[in-house]
Design a protein around this ligand. Structure first.
Ligand code: ATP
Length: 250
């Protein structure tokens, strides 16, 4: 469904992501994890059309999309839940939710809205309240609901658990699991690497803009492998993977 083919992205003279190759199959949940400043948001921003890569290709359902404007990408089935939610704090919850439905026939919009309010009942009782007054967890629900109202086939999420209490983090991952069961393909960027790798079918670990590890949940879900990838030494990664494999065998 999504293929990043050797993309390099930078800001001015800084190279933030270098020669990254990544793919997401239809129906999969894939996570992209890595420490602070690794290049996760930069990568997601390029997929969402907010940044143009310097080189390499980004293909969505086989079509080259690098540099396409974000609104066109949303219409073609790709929606982003941005880092820090970025809801409109002074608009009401209802107004935030109706924004992506502008131009949708009334009955269809009502059905779509009702579906998301069923998913997030806490929002249903707050429709007339300013969105800025919601709790952090509810704001995250609003940001996810708003993206889902664009009817995406591929949902991109940037750090949805950031700043949330552990119980609310559980709720976010529960929502993501439900979405995957409904057939939404998910590309998740997270600093909470352990949770993200546990959740995702496959994960990619980047560090300082470069891919250091990738594989299925089983392949890289061990703490030692993951920890070594954060330390950035490929020898350490290979050694840790070997330890994990031996532990798995015994
Ligand atoms: P975090 O989890 O802290 O958001 P990240 O993995 O998402 O980290 P990015 O935000 O993509 O990392 O940043 C990657 C690199 O690009 C960092 O070195 C960062 O300082 C740099 N960078 C990010 N945004 C800009 C910008 N607007 N201008 C210049 N450099 C930037």
């Amino acid at each position: 469904m999504l293929e990043l083919d050797g993309i390099t992205i930078g800001y001015g003279k800084t190279t933030a992501v270098e020669n990254l190759t990544l793919r997401v199959e239809q129906g999969e949940a894939v996570s992209l994890v890595g420490p602070n400043g690794a290049g996760k948001t930069t990568t997601l921003s390029a997929v969402a059309g907010l940044l143009r890569p310097r080189s390499g290709a980004i293909r969505f359902e086989g079509r080259e999309i690098a540099g396409e404007p974000p609104e066109r990408l949303v219409r073609s089935g790709l929606a982003l839940v941005p880092e820090g939610r970025q809801i409109f704090a002074t608009l009401t919850v209802g107004e935030n939710l109706r924004l992506p439905l502008a131009g949708t026939p009334k009955a269809e919009a009502a059905t779509a809205l009702a579906r998301q309010l069923d998913r997030f009942p806490a929002l249903a009782g707050r429709l007339d309240d300013p969105a800025g007054g919601l709790s952090g967890g509810q704001q995250q629900q609003l940001a996810i609901a708003r993206a889902l109202l664009c009817s995406p086939r591929l949902l991109l999420l940037d750090e949805p658990s950031l700043g949330l209490a552990p119980l609310l983090v559980d709720a976010v991952f529960q929502t993501l699991a439900e979405l995957r069961d409904e057939g939404v393909t998910v590309l998740l960027v997270e600093q909470n690497a352990v949770r993200a790798v546990e959740f995702a079918d496959r994960s990619y670990v980047i560090n300082a803009g470069r891919l250091v590890l990738s594989g299925s949940r089983e392949e890289i879900g061990h703490r030692e492998t993951l920890a070594a990838s954060y330390l950035g030494s490929t020898t350490a990664i290979a050694d840790a993977a070997e330890v994990d494999r031996k532990e798995g065998d015994s």
